[in-house]
Design a protein around this ligand. Structure first.
Ligand code: PMP
Length: 453
């Protein structure tokens, strides 16, 4: 009864992110009411394994009392302090310093945003300001990668290279350029990793030369492309691409909104790639979804150049809720949990998840298994040899999502027939095994679909 009225109120008043408004009206909302560990409970009282950690963000898992306490304490003592007018609060200062200590290289300066999209948008503004400060304002062209996701603010959505975020919105802008994805499984250069790296390097060089090397401001890459379908680059790809950027003096931005905070194993994926990006964006796992927050990390030279360029003038960028004390208190506590065992558990659970997914590789519908740590995907095909994608009539994004839900599993089901996994790092063996078993059931059911047989 309660659910029915909520569904109706939702239909009438709540606009959902990245949804078909009409499709959502028809399907209605599924209301979640509580959660613990890696399990969520819906309004009907059904418990499901959250194989996607909300939206790849609840890395620590649900129900950590210490996080609730940290937020409550901060709210009680000082719910808000602006960072304007040289003011501040203890929690964001401490969080910035803890993060700087752990970040790769000299990424020592941290600007807190409210989430990932505005972190990315902030980097675009800081980078423009950086090149103005350096006396090279003509460096105003930005390059990203096809299938990349960099949020949905107007400028960020233009760096995002997924058609659904462009069509009807008038982006990308003409100062936003793209190179091909490394997408190993469907790469036109074949599957040899070195060939893919060489092709990307050549394409990036050609793109920079075509734009004019003195015009290019920055290049953006996710260590693993998330929203594009969990596309893992060949080992060494990022290092090779970063070297091209260095050679041309182009700033390299690592968008670690998904990959940071243990998602792929270490605290930051850039660490395992052996690179120090000029700027790095994070969000999601920073607060594990308990409160909204993102962070832009800047290397010393980026910060110093902006500081020198502005001199006594204010750098006109900031939000009312930049460096929010409650989110920062949550971030500090979550960091303790990661280092108190969750990162380690995530690494073990990630190995089990990957082994489990590989055990599904012989299923007739599984064309590709890929991932790293607690970030993985299955790509489904109807013909393994030809890599024939699932027909659109199967409607993976809704029908396969529903099927998994009926089995008690939340996964990301991408429209192109890809299951994405990003479970909380706290997963037990039973959680991981449940994800694999339930996935197998969904695959078996899908094999029976008339569109596939
Ligand atoms: N960058 C990346 C790599 C992301 O995956 C996301 C979100 N999925 C964003 C930016 C945007 O973050 P948010 O949704 O918190 O605005």
């Amino acid at each position: 009864m309660l659910t029915n009225s909520l569904v109706e109120l939702d239909r009438r008043h709540l606009v959902h992110p990245v949804s078909s408004f009409r499709g959502h009206e028809e399907r209605g909302v599924r209301v979640l009411t509580s959660a613990k560990g890696a399990r969520v409970t819906d309004a009907e009282g059904r418990e499901l394994i959250d194989g996607f950690a909300g939206l790849w963000c609840v890395n620590a898992g649900y129900g950590h009392e210490s996080v609730v306490e940290a937020a409550a304490k901060q709210m009680r003592e000082l719910p808000y302090a602006t960072g304007y007018f040289d003011l501040g609060a203890e929690a964001p200062i401490r969080l910035a310093s803890e993060l700087a200590e752990r970040s790769p290289g000299d990424l020592n300066h941290i600007y807190f945003s409210l989430g990932g999209s505005d972190a990315v948008d902030s980097t675009i503004r800081f980078i423009r300001y950086y090149w103005h400060s350096k006396g090279q304002p003509e460096r105003d062209q930005f390059i990203s990668i096809h299938s990349g996701y960099h949020g949905s603010t107007t400028m960020g959505a233009g760096l995002t290279a997924l058609p659904g975020f462009h069509d009807g919105f008038g982006v990308p802008y003409d100062w936003q350029h793209r190179i091909s994805s490394h997408y190993i499984y469907r790469n036109p250069h074949g599957q040899d990793e070195q060939t893919i790296i060489d092709a990307s390097v050549a394409e990036l060089k050609a793109k920079i030369e075509a734009i004019g090397p003195e015009r290019v401001a920055a290049f953006y890459a996710e260590p693993i492309q998330g929203s594009g379908g969990v596309l893992v680059p060949p080992k060494g790809w990022i290092k090779a691409i970063k070297a091209v950027c260095e050679a041309y003096g182009v700033l390299f931005v690592a968008d670690e909104v998904i990959t940071a905070f243990g998602r792929t194993g270490p605290l930051f994926a850039s660490e395992e790639e052996g690179i120090v990006p000029d700027l790095m964006t994070t969000a999601k796992g920073l607060t594990s979804g308990y409160a909204p927050m993102g962070a832009v990390f800047m290397r010393n030279h980026v910060y110093e150049t902006i500081a020198e360029g502005a001199g006594a003038k204010a750098v006109g960028h900031g939000f009312t809720y930049s460096a929010h004390p409650v989110s920062a208190a949550v971030g500090l506590e979550v960091l303790k949990l990661y280092e108190g065992g969750l990162l380690e558990n995530g690494r073990k659970a990630g190995a089990r998840l990957m082994a489990g997914l590989h055990s599904l590789a012989d299923h007739p519908l599984v064309g590709d298994v890929r991932g790293r740590g607690m970030l993985a995907a299955l790509e489904l095909v109807t013909d393994k040899e030809k890599k024939t994608p699932l027909p659109a009539s199967v409607q993976p994004a809704t029908r396969l999502f529903d099927r998994a839900w009926e089995q008690g599993l939340v996964v990301r089901s991408f429209p192109q027939g890809i299951f994405g996994y990003a479970p909380p790092l706290c997963c037990t063996d039973a959680d991981i095994d449940g994800i694999i078993e339930r996935t197998r059931t969904v695959l078996d059911q899908t094999l029976e679909d008339s569109e596939i047989r």
